[in-house]
Design a protein around this ligand. Structure first.
Ligand SMILES: NC(=O)c1ccc[n+]([C@@H]2O[C@H](COP(=O)([O-])OP(=O)(O)OC[C@H]3O[C@@H](n4cnc5c(N)ncnc54)[C@H](O)[C@@H]3O)[C@@H](O)[C@H]2O)c1
Length: 355
């Protein structure tokens, strides 16, 4: 059997998760790794059985000198676009970590590179294999909710959960904070459930509320160095969509509250709470609440397995990158609206609108 040869770009925390699941697939060979920190690349290669000759500090050199079918791009958010485009240009399929990029313009260039090469570009939202979200999407698609007019998108927020690494906190590497890091999930989850409606306008706020405080209590209670913190730890937005639908988005890395609540969807004939999944309706002359018996799924395993299957088939991407580019334009609009202090338009280029 011809092996699927995989390269890893960025050998930090999440790259090990990719390698773990690639290694469970007998048809996959972990063939090469690149990280600007040489020690990290070398350690990674030893851990995952990559030959020393295929360890690089420059991913372009890796792409030039090793025959690869696909790469996992596991660099900080603002470093997703360049390696992705370089790989696609050379005919290599790409699984890039979330968020797709740190800004919409980069995401659009990545999408264009994928279209030009005809190769797979998959943004690694493992949540797309969540049984809860899949069930919610089916329920919305079935029409059981009637006309959907309002939804709230959130993962519930963290009381304290600011990532400790510069990859997430330094503007140059991260591009933004809680909105990009976990807000991208809240937005993708909701867009997926609602069937990817077209956004029109955004009115938003962001805040750096807890992160800049030296005396802030962080997870575990150890010392916190606020000089690392250059991004936002809170974002909220009021997003209008075509067809009279509104979504309120809110996400937090740190706050003086336990929870921002669950994401939910309201329709004229029914409502849904996403986590845990519950369906609210009027039935038999009574108000009913339906709960679901859902399978246990290892969503990280599914994302790697589905990516590799798509590579073997030669496409298409299990997650349409066009959908994620649109979400990046929403995120851009949230930052723009927060900076300007007023509502802004979501300026979608015609090429990402539904064909
Ligand atoms: N899907 C998930 O559940 C999940 C979980 C964690 C992180 N992530 C995403 O994965 C990405 C990386 O996060 P992480 O926690 O692994 O960060 P990390 O800081 O642990 O690792 C990033 C690695 O990229 C390397 N790097 C930076 N610039 C590079 C370049 N130009 N070329 C090669 N290597 C380079 C760094 O040296 C570092 O080793 C982020 O975008 C994050 O949002 C996703």
């Amino acid at each position: 059997m011809q092996k699927v040869r995989i390269g890893i770009i960025g050998a930090g925390g999440i790259a090990n998760n990719h390698a773990h699941y690639y290694r469970q697939l007998p048809e996959v060979e972990l063939a090469a790794v690149a990280d600007i920190v040489e020690e990290r690349a070398k350690d990674f290669a030893v851990r995952w059985g990559i030959p020393p000759s295929n360890v690089f500090t420059d991913y372009v050199e890796m792409l030039e000198s090793v025959e690869l079918d696909a790469v996992s791009v596991c660099t900080p958010h603002a470093v997703h676009a360049k390696p992705t485009i370089e790989a696609l240009k050379r005919g290599v399929h790409v699984l890039v970590e979330k968020p797709m990029a740190s800004k919409a313009a980069d995401a659009l260039e990545m999408y264009r590179a994928a279209r030009a090469s005809g190769k797979i570009l998959m943004v690694g939202f493992q949540t797309r294999w969540s049984p809860e979200l899949r069930a919610a999407r089916k329920i919305v698609q079935s029409g059981a909710l009637g006309k959907v007019y309002y939804a709230e998108a959130t993962l519930g927020g963290r009381r304290r959960g600011i990532p400790g690494s510069p990859s997430f906190l330094k503007r140059e590497l991260a591009g933004g904070g809680a909105l990009l890091d976990i807000g991208c999930y809240a937005i993708d989850n909701m867009m997926y459930v609602l069937g990817h409606p077209t956004p029109l306008t955004v009115s938003a706020v962001t805040a750096a509320a807890i992160g800049p405080q030296r005396e802030a209590v962080v997870e575990g209670g150890w010392g916190w160095d606020p000089s690392m913190f250059e991004v936002e730890d809170f974002a909220a937005a009021f997003i209008r969509f075509e067809g009279g639908l509104t979504v309120v988005f809110k996400e937090s890395w740190a706050m003086h509250a336990n929870s921002l609540g669950s994401a939910f969807v309201l329709g004229t004939k029914g409502g849904l709470k996403l986590s845990p999944l519950e369906l609210y309706r009027d039935e038999f002359g009574f108000m009913t609440t339906t709960t679901f018996v859902l399978p246990q799924v290892d969503i990280y395993r599914e994302r790697i397995r589905n990516f590799v299957e798509a590579v073997k088939r030669g496409g298409p991407s299990p997650i349409d990158p066009r959908e994620i580019v649109i979400e990046m334009f929403i995120i851009d609009a949230i930052y723009e609206s927060a900076a300007k202090g007023r509502e802004v338009e979501v300026k979608l280029p015609p090429e990402v609108l539904k064909p």
